[in-house]
Design a protein around this ligand. Sequence first.
Ligand code: BV8
Length: 228
Amino acid sequence: MKVVVLTGAGISAESGVPTFRDADGLWEGHRVEDVATPEAYDVQPTVVHRFYDDRRRALGRVAPNPAHLALARLEEGIGDDLLVITQNIDDLHERAGSTRVLHMHGELRSALCRACMRRTPWTGDLGDFPPCPGCGVTELRPDVVWFGEMPYEMDRIFVALDQADLFVAIGTSGAVYPAAGFVQFASGAGARTLELNLAPSEVTGLFDDARQGLAGELVPRWVDELLG
Ligand code: BV8
């Protein structure tokens, strides 16, 4: 059975990574358009770098939770029949042991050179405008997909959704596209669909089944069911 899992900020909430829209969420302190658009970067790169340098540094203070660990266990059980598509730019899926992870919105621990388009693993700050290890130009930006930009690997994503027997969304509000539209695509291609979320998402009505609760409790229980 081919399983596609879509994760959002809610799966990392119990690890201490702020979500976006919840109270005291990331967007509380910042207007989206001020820190997560290419236009904002052109106008105020230092402000944008501070926003992402702070989040990158904070990664060192958090760890995967039982929901991340359960998905890694599911991968052990069904191998290539699982694909985790995440909207998250943290590295908690990989630190939990998952290898079949696709970061459709990029990664905090990566830098993208606007001059040569090289993507370089990056753990330090970018706010001091270091040179690109490839071309030497000081045009490194956070390797994240901003609003108005095309998400990564959309072709691979649509192939996986088309072949899915089961599509499961975990910890996402269904507020941002194209990710929020995946349930409709997968369902249209014949997949059964399940939502695991603290509260009903904006697209909860499009799922065959929905369970509310903490990801750290819902996901291990669901994986146990699936692995029987
Ligand atoms: C694009 C990276 C062209 C940076 C991010 C159609 C209709 C309307 C608008 C559009 C549309 N198509 C495109 C748009 C425009 C735009 C968009 O969607 N705007 C919205 C605001 C209306 N989309 C784009 O610009 C995208 N690009 O469309 O390109 C295109 C078109 C077609 C096909 C291909 C390309 C690019 C969007 C990506 C932007 N970058 N992140 C960064 O991280 O800083 S988006 C960012 O916000 C996240 O990555 C994520 O995607 C989104 C946040 O959503 P969630 O992860 O769901 O988090 P949220 O806080 O909202 O919700 C948390 C949920 O968890 C809640 O439901 C809560 O109840 C739950 N929860 C909380 N705690 C727990 C929990 N659940 C379980 N357990 C818990 N403990």
